[in-house]
Design a protein around this ligand. Structure first.
Ligand SMILES: Nc1ncnc2c1ncn2[C@@H]1O[C@H](COP(=O)(O)OP(=O)(O)OP(=O)(O)O)[C@@H](O)[C@H]1O
Ligand SMILES: CC(=O)N[C@H]1[C@@H]2OC[C@@H](O2)[C@@H](O)[C@@H]1O[C@H](C)C(=O)O
Length: 399
C-alpha cells in the first residue's frame, strides 16, 4: 500500500486529529486559516480551535482574483494559470502560519481547503437548460499539498452537486453536527459576502434542518465602496451612518426575484452586484443619490432581507441566533437586523458556542474533512432531498 494511503488510514482511525481548515470567501479579503483539533464525528464531533489567523490578501492578489471573479467571460489562459498559482500561494500562507505558531507540519493530519469560488451557477441562475447546477472553486490542492508537504482535501462542492445538491451551502453539515442542540432552537447566521443561515430546531434530525443562502451580506456594499470610494469596505459603517435610507430604491432592491424565491436556495455575487444596484437605481430614479445615501440603503437592504427570511422561519418560539462572518463587525447592519427581527429572536455571536465568528467557515471545512476521513458510511442512507448525505472532498497527496 502507498505510504500516504497508510498515513491517511492512520489519521482516519485516530480518535483526535489536527486539521487545518482554509477558507477564502466571496469577499476576497484574505485566507482564513484555522488549526483545529477534532475528535469524534457526526453529532459527537468535538472541536478545539487551537490557532486562527486571517492572512489579508495584498492588493495585487485581490486584483488577480478579481480578473476572473464572478464574470461571465474570462481569459481562459489567465484562469488556468491562476488555479495553480493560488494553490501555491495558499500553501505558502499555511507554511508561514505554522512557522509563526511553532507547529511542525508533520503533526498535521490534513488540510481542508475550500478554495476560491470563481463562479457559482445554480440552475435557476443560468439559461443553459441542458445543464443543471454548477460551481467552480480554484486554488488547486495538488499545489497546496506539494507546497506544504501536507495531504490536502479540497473541492468539497462538486460531490454535493453530483449527489443532487446545489453545491452550497455546505454549512448544513457542520452546523448540524457541531451546533445543533436538544434544548434550544438555534439559527447559525453567517454574514459574509453572501448571507446564509442554518435553522436548527431543537432536537431536529438532519432532514429537518434548513440551510439556505439569503441574499447579499456585504457583497454589494463592498463592491460599491471599491468602485466609488476607493476603499475595500465601509469600516464600522462610517459612510452608511451618515446617509439616509432611500425607500423607493430599497423597495426596488427588495424586488430582486431571488429574495422572494422559496428556500433552500443558493446565490452569489453573480446576482448581487453593482449591475443589480444600477438597475434598481434606474427604476427608482435614484441614479444621482449621494454615496452615503446609497450605502445607507444597501446596509438597510442586507439587514431587511436577513430579518425577513428569519422572521418567516418560526413564529412564536424563542430562538437564539448565533452570528458569524465579517458582517457581524458592521454595527449598523447588526443594529438594523435586531430592530427588524420579531421579539422571539435573540441575536448573539458564535463566540458563545466557542467559535470565533471570523473562524467559523474555515472550521466548517475542517469538520467536512473530518467526516470524509472518519464519518460513518451508514449515514449515506439518510439522504434528504437536495441535501445529499455524502462524504465530500478530494484527496491530494504531497508527493
Ligand atoms: N469593522 C467592519 N465594519 C464593517 N464591515 C466589516 C468590518 N469587518 C469586516 N466587515 C465586512 O466583512 C467582510 C468580510 O467578511 P467574511 O470574511 O465573513 O466574508 P467571506 O467569508 O469572504 O464571504 P462568504 O461567507 O460569502 O464567502 C468585509 O469585506 C466587510 O464587508
Ligand atoms: C458557492 C460558494 O462559494 N458559496 C458560499 C458563499 O459564501 C456564503 C454563501 O455563499 C454560502 O452558500 C457558501 O459558503 C458557505 C461556507 C457554505 O457553503 O455553507
Amino acid at each position: 500500500m502507498h505510504v500516504h494511503i497508510t498515513k491517511l488510514a492512520d489519521s482516519a482511525a485516530r480518535q483526535s486529529k489536527y486539521i487545518i481548515g482554509l477558507m477564502s470567501g466571496t469577499s476576497l479579503d484574505g485566507l482564513d486559516i484555522a488549526l483545529c483539533r477534532i475528535s469524534g464525528h457526526g453529532r459527537a464531533t468535538k472541536i478545539e480551535v487551537l490557532q486562527f489567523t486571517t492572512c489579508d490578501y495584498p492588493k495585487e492578489v485581490k486584483d488577480k482574483i478579481r480578473t476572473v471573479f464572478a464574470k461571465p467571460h474570462v481569459d481562459l489562459a489567465y484562469l488556468t494559470l491562476l488555479n495553480g498559482w493560488l494553490g501555491r500561494y495558499h500553501g505558502q500562507l499555511v507554511i508561514q502560519a505554522l512557522t509563526q505558531w511553532q507547529v511542525d507540519s508533520k503533526d498535521i493530519d490534513v488540510i481542508a481547503s475550500h478554495g476560491q469560488t470563481i463562479y457559482h451557477c445554480p440552475a435557476h441562475q443560468h439559461q443553459y437548460s441542458e445543464f443543471g447546477d454548477g460551481t467552480l472553486q480554484i486554488a488547486d490542492a495538488d499545489h497546496i499539498a506539494v507546497t506544504t508537504g501536507i495531504t490536502t482535501l479540497s473541492d468539497f462542492r462538486q460531490k454535493h452537486i453530483a449527489a443532487g445538491g446545489e453545491g452550497a451551502p455546505l454549512a448544513h453539515y457542520g452546523d448540524y453536527y457541531y451546533f445543533s442542540s436538544d434544548s434550544e432552537h438555534r439559527i447559525l447566521l453567517n454574514m459574509g459576502g453572501i448571507a446564509n443561515l442554518t435553522w436548527l430546531p431543537k432536537g431536529a434530525k438532519f432532514n429537518e434542518v434548513v440551510c439556505s443562502d439569503i441574499g447579499a451580506g456585504n457583497t454589494i456594499m463592498d463592491a460599491y465602496m471599491y468602485r466609488y470610494c476607493a476603499q475595500e469596505y465601509d469600516k464600522n459603517a462610517q459612510l452608511a451612518l451618515q446617509g439616509r435610507i432611500h425607500h423607493e430604491l430599497l423597495a426596488q432592491l427588495m424586488s430582486e426575484p431571488f429574495i422572494n424565491r422559496l428556500g433552500p436556495k443558493t446565490t452569489g455575487p453573480e446576482v448581487f452586484n453593482l449591475a443589480m444596484l444600477a438597475k434598481a437605481q434606474a427604476r427608482s430614479g435614484t441614479c444621482s443619490l449621494s454615496h452615503m445615501d446609497v450605502m445607507a440603503t444597501l446596509n438597510a437592504f442586507s439587514a431587511r432581507v436577513i430579518a425577513k427570511y428569519i422572521n418567516n422561519l418560526v413564529e412564536d418560539e424563542p430562538v437564539t441566533i448565533y452570528a458569524s462572518g465579517g458582517g457581524y463587525h458592521n454595527p449598523l447592519l447588526v443594529k438594523q437586523i435586531k430592530e427588524a427581527l420579531n421579539e422571539n429572536f435573540v441575536l448573539a455571536s458564535s463566540t458563545e458556542l466557542g467559535i470565533d465568528p471570523d473562524a467559523k467557515e474555515a472550521v466548517l471545512f475542517a469538520i467536512l474533512a473530518n467526516e470524509a476521513l472518519s464519518g460513518e458510511s451508514d449515514q449515506v442512507q439518510a439522504a434528504a432531498q437536495g441535501k445529499p448525505m455524502v462524504t465530500m472532498g478530494k484527496v491530494s497527496f504531497p508527493d
